[in-house]
Design a protein around this ligand. Structure first.
Ligand SMILES: Nc1ncnc2c1ncn2[C@@H]1O[C@H](COP(=O)(O)OP(=O)(O)OP(=O)(O)O)[C@@H](O)[C@H]1O
Ligand SMILES: [Mg+2]
Length: 1003
């Protein structure tokens, strides 16, 4: 059920072999240069070690797999064995993320990055499969799981295609949330898709194909279906399938895939009608691609009426005239009239292709929505999620266009997020360990993100403006606008702006961005059209019949969806799988250094390493560190009896660590440079060898290595005595145990006490692993052995109380915020000490029940105590200060002095509450008292004034009688007898009775 395998060697163990096989954890590279990075990769690679990592998540003890793994993929997978090992790393990471999620009840995501063909999609499938197989499940949930798994073949059929780099290349970005309930069961999923490469529908480069689904339908579709759709079983027949001249590929079996996809469509609840409709659209795109145009004598286009056009019309139920007009005329609105202007053939083809792309794009979005509906979990209880992000990596081609611009911008954003998250988690660890954070030098790519996305000023905004501008906007006028606006931006250059040398490398229609990963030159041709993604207006009328079109510009839409993605990811804990391709020719064992260097750069690995290495490269829990290295110091070997942290301190002093080489955290030691660790590790290695060679204890090696033989004899004697004692002890224990078992039901006597201790321990251990997990679960409780019946009952109650408390704590945070809002409405801008109080959290009560004298408690307990706070009360005759407890119940406020209740103020008689506008903590309760014998107003000073008054306001519903007064507060000492409290400011705070008989408060 769970994944118990610990992947790789343990961290320090791996150090021993570092010269031979490189370092498994990059954090421990001595130098953070690109050359050192590559050389280490090469060493690992040459030993067939397809996995390396960066920074282990050590605070989670389950298994020490990394938060980030780099894996060599395709090119290494030449045997079952390497395939298997590769999968294990994905599983281990998935397993760690899952168990951290369960333990910490928070959200996570796994970012999978790498070049095209590096294995991202395969890794994401492995992870999904792992969750499907290893999480607990019920029959009902199995169906959710099947849907999640089956969403893959459907989306791959419609969104993947053969490219030069990968026979199954994903042509869209995908983020999938897997939702888990509190028991850890996968209960639902949701997919977000990003920027499908629609241009592929109408054009493919040589050696590439259109989306798989077209070939699957043509090759695998049943005879009846093809007949119905008017299709022939021959890819060569269709313009849209043959441009790359490789409709048939040896590694792809379209017929089999067709079956898988049809089955998968059923699993994700797409019914027969919708399935037919779906294939109808796929077929009509093929037909549309075959629509051709002639030109008349004036060069205007005329559509040829062919069989395919008729089929297209039939399949979509579109009116022939409307479509014909749409494909051959452009509707122009001139003032209030509409004029039809005839197309040239080029225009007509453009309109045809635009329609095909729009239809396919909308269909893809529709599919994702249907899949999401089928995986949706409708139960509203709180879920935690693990997100999987499989998104296109940085792309640089010979000619780069709008698509690459969007993709690279996406990577720029992810890099930013990546660095932020790494910095954040590092900072959190330092904070938790009480270690001062040292600023890290790294390249912040915000400047490039801003260049692309800034409102009104960024490239995307300028592109949008140019698309909307009346007049003749073209790709080149767009470039001019960019030059005007970005003229001297350090990351932007064009032919016009460049210096002589650079100019030689740029065409006139190019602009170049200096991305974090390097320079990319974009050709502006097609930017406006692609961003517009517009159909001519009359064609839009046609397509509106079967789908709704969005009018948002593509780049802006992409920008806002990336923004949303960033928000989603920022709120989660990150895990990374970074895939590396070792060569382009899919050859095992080939390490193409240039290619790998390129990937290291474009994945931003060096920057990641630098940030991760901020300050201290290595950190380990004191216990673990001591356990490994204690033989290196006589004071810690063989046992250190004190606190582990002290042991570590003694140990490293002995080893001669310099003060700036390490820091001692709360639970861990932090070591700045890997070389310090290496020296320690090497010393440990030497010490181990000595030990093995001579069979001595290390302390002896340190001090007595010359008198070896004598000590050896002595040592053997000690060993033998120890052994004898151990055996005698064992016999005694076993005997006692048997006897204990036989007398287990009897009263506790010496003979069965050991046995009962065992029973107790055993029960408690099992209980620990089988506790009920929710407040509502009242049935789960391990039945106790008879000796523990009473204890078990007490434990059960305690545990239940604990769960309730946890639950309530969650609610109470929210309540505390509401309280703070009330305080603000009462005192903000009125009382001078309010601003300082804002940051201080409110607590439930300042006095617990144990702190109240039992006799006083006895008298008020029935009223349910809501809040208590210590106050100083100024008595009415002479204003003498007296410490008191003030307790608020549902009905009244009590002034308590030890066992006595000095005064009870029923809320009904509390007619006013006054405080001054200054910084003092004085408060006056104005009390209605008709009887002259009754006590008068209460004058008190309280250190938690805002908390106290807010609570009182809420509990007694008296917010409206709380007044902030300037100068002086009148008080009634008894019915009819008046005095006052006066307020002022001075050098030192004071409270005293003034000559006029008033109480004077100086703050
Ligand atoms: N773990 C793996 N096990 C078996 N084969 C793999 C594995 N990883 C990659 N491959 C092989 O490499 C090919 C490409 O992998 P994949 O489709 O996952 O690349 P990708 O990174 O998603 O590329 P793209 O960015 O083009 O979508 C796969 O079709 C498969 O043949
Ligand atoms: Mg992929």
């Amino acid at each position: 059920k769970t994944f118990g395998l610990s992947v790789g060697l343990d961290m320090e163990g791996a150090l021993t072999a570092r010269d031979r096989v490189g370092i498994q954890d990059f954090v421990l590279l001595d130098e953070t240069t690109e050359a050192a990075f590559l050389s280490n990769l090469n060493k690992r690679f040459s030993k067939d070690l397809i996995y390396v990592s960066l920074g282990k998540k050590t605070n989670f003890s389950r298994n020490p797999a990394s938060k980030c793994v780099y894996i060599f993929t395709v090119n290494m997978i030449h045997s079952f064995n390497s395939c298997f090992v590769l999968d294990l790393h994905c599983y281990a990471l998935a397993d760690n993320a899952y168990h951290t999620m369960l333990a910490e009840f928070n959200n996570h995501f796994i970012l999978i990055s790498g070049e095209s063909g590096a294995g991202k999609t395969e890794a994401s499938k492995k992870i999904l499969q792992y969750y499907a197989v290893s999480c607990p499940s019920t029959a009902l949930l199995n169906t959710v799981r099947d849907k999640m798994l089956m969403s893959n073949p459907v989306l791959e059929a419609f969104g993947n295609a053969k490219t030069l780099k990968n026979d199954n290349s994903s042509r869209f970005g995908k983020y999938m949330d897997i939702q888990f309930d509190s028991e850890g069961e996968a209960v639902g999923g949701h997919i977000l898709n990003y920027l499908l490469e629609k241009s592929r529908v109408v054009h493919q480069n040589h050696g590439e194909r259109n989306f798989h689904i077209f070939y699957q339908l043509v090759q695998g579709g049943e005879e009846d279906l093809l007949h119905q759709l008017g299709l022939e079983r021959d890819c060569q027949h269709y313009n849209y399938l043959t441009q790359g001249e490789c409709a048939i590929v040896a590694s792809i079996n379209d017929k089999d895939e067709w079956k898988t996809v049809k089955n998968a469509l059923q699993v994700v609840n797409i019914d027969e009608i919708n399935t037919n409709h779906l294939f109808g659209i796929v077929a009509s795109v093929l037909h549309l691609g075959n629509v051709q145009f002639d030109s008349d004598s004036k060069g205007h286009s005329k559509k040829k009426l062919t069989k395919c056009f008729v089929f297209f019309l039939q399949l979509l139920g579109v009116d022939a005239h409307t479509l014909q007009e749409g494909l051959t005329y452009r509707k122009i609105e001139a003032q209030k009239d509409q004029v039809l202007s005839p197309f040239t053939i080029d225009h007509a083809i453009y309109a045809r292709d635009a329609l095909a792309k729009a239809m396919y794009g909308q269909t893809f979005t529709w599919l994702v929505n249907r899949i999401n509906e089928s995986m949706e979990n409708k139960d509203s209880s709180r879920k935690t999620v693990i997100g999987l992000l499989d998104i296109y990596g940085f792309e640089v081609f010979y000619v780069n266009s709008f698509e690459q611009f969007c993709i690279n911008y996406c990577n720029e954003k992810l890099q930013q997020l990546f660095i932020q998250l790494t910095l954040k988690s590092e900072q959190e660890e330092y904070e938790a360990e009480d270690i001062e954070w040292e600023p890290v030098q790294f390249f912040n790519n915000k400047i490039i993100c801003d260049l692309v996305e800034e409102k009104h000023r960024g490239i995307i905004s300028i592109l949008d403006e140019e698309c909307l501008r009346p007049g003749d906007a073209t790709d080149l006028t767009f470039l001019e606008r960019l030059e005007d606006k970005m003229g001297n931006h350090p990351h932007f250059v064009t032919h016009k702006l460049a210096d002589k040398m650079t100019r030689k490398t740029l065409e006139r229609g190019d602009f170049r961005l200096l991305h974090y990963a390097g320079e990319v030159t974009y050709c502006v041709v097609g930017f406006l059209d692609k961003n517009n993604d517009l159909l001519y207006r009359n064609i839009k009328d046609v397509s509106l019949q079967f789908c709704t079109l969005y009018y948002v510009r593509v780049a802006t839409q992409f920008k806002s969806s990336l923004l949303k993605l960033t928000e989603i990811l920022m709120a989660k804990e990150a895990w990374y799988i970074r895939c590396l391709k070792s060569n382009e020719s899919k050859q095992p064992g080939q390490f193409d250094e240039a290619l790998i260097r390129h990937q290291v750069k474009y994945l931003g690995l060096m920057e990641h390493l630098r940030v991760r290495r901020a300050g201290f490269a290595y950190r380990r829990k004191y216990e673990d560190f001591l356990k490994r290295y204690k033989p290196l110091c006589p004071a810690t070997w063989p046992h250190w009896r004190g606190v582990p942290a002290d042991g570590v301190e003694v140990l490293i002093q002995h080893l001669g660590y310099l003060p700036n080489e390490y820091k001692m955290g709360r639970t861990k030691i932090f070591i700045r440079h890997p070389r310090t660790l290496y020296a320690t590790e090497d010393a440990y290695e030497r010490c181990k060898h000595e030990l093995v060679k001579k069979n001595y204890t290390p302390s002896i090696i340190f001090y007595f290595s010359s008198s070896a033989t004598k000590i050896e004899t002595c040592w053997r004697g000690v060993q033998a005595r120890k052994e004898r004692e151990k055996r005698a002890w064992a016999v005694k224990v076993i005997k006692q145990f048997i006897k204990g078992y036989m007398t287990r039901g009897q009263a506790k006597i010496t003979d069965n006490s050991e046995y009962l201790a065992f029973v107790r321990q055993n029960y408690l251990n099992r209980l620990k692993d089988n506790l009920p997990k929710t407040v509502l679960d009242k049935t789960t409780w391990l039945s106790p052995p008879s000796v523990l019946t009473e204890a078990s009952e007490i434990l059960r109650k305690l545990h239940y109380r604990l769960m309730v408390r946890k639950y309530v704590r969650g609610i109470s945070t929210q309540r505390k915020l509401q309280m703070k809002l009330i305080t603000s409405s009462l005192f903000k801008g009125k009382k001078d000490s309010y601003p300082q109080s804002v940051a201080q959290p409110f607590v439930d009560s300042r006095i617990s029940e144990q702190d109240i004298n039992p006799r006083a408690l006895q008298m008020i307990r029935n009223e349910h105590i809501k809040y208590g706070v210590p106050v100083v009360k100024y008595n009415r005759n002479g204003f003498k200060p007296r410490p008191r407890q003030l307790i608020l119940t549902q009905a009244a406020a009590y002034v308590i002095d030890e066992a006595k209740i000095k005064q009870r103020v029923l809320y009904a008689f509390l007619k006013g509450i006054s405080v001054s506008n200054l910084t003092d903590g004085m408060v006056v309760f104005h009390i209605t008292c008709e009887d002259p014998k009754q006590k008068g107003d209460l004058v008190m000073q309280c250190d938690h004034l805002f908390e106290f008054l807010t609570k009182l306001g809420v509990i007694a519903n008296k917010q409206n009688v709380i007044k902030v007064v300037q100068g002086s507060i009148k008080i009634e000492i008894q019915a009819g007898k008046e005095s006052a409290v006066d307020f002022g400011t001075g050098q030192e705070p004071m409270v005293y009775k003034a000559k006029n008989g008033h109480l004077m408060v100086v703050s």
